[in-house]
Design a protein. Sequence first.
Length: 192
Amino acid sequence: MHLTLYTDYTLRVMMYLAVKQGDGGVVTIDEMAAAYGIPRSNLTKIVHELAQNGFIVTTRGRTGGACLARLPHQISIGELVRMAEKDFAVVACHAAPREVDCAIMPACNLKNGLRRAVEAFLLELDKMTLQDAIITPSVAASLLRIRSSEGKEVAVPVTDLLTRKRNTRFKGKIPEQPAARGAPRRRSRNQH
């Protein structure tokens, strides 16, 4: 399964708004475009669709922008993907109205297996919320150069994220790093 670039950008917009939500401010399309390096025109269409579907609230004017319509833990990634993706057909025979020229179609069960796989994929995404999608909001804010309501850039060292990632990966046990060249090696208990 491959998600479209449109869906990728949709998820990025929502993650940006989730990180910014704690600040209480609205976000402009220009701000998100600059943070991600995405063309403004692409984000305009996405923001419009998100607003039409009730995921975000937009306001016009000099102080306008967008913000989440619900809390991040109330928005599932599955909902967002279903809204953004227009076609979940993995193979041609999934699309109902299409006629497919396939010699084994009457005897093929592959389409049912692929349909179940797509359903399982979406069910897994339904379990993940927008809040779950962001490991450490303060680090995300720093990486995206999101400013606090006082106008200060949120500064969090990226090493915090790397440490957290490493601790999660090894379930709290960080493996020993090899000693640097020329540094004395520690002896294990079995060595005499």
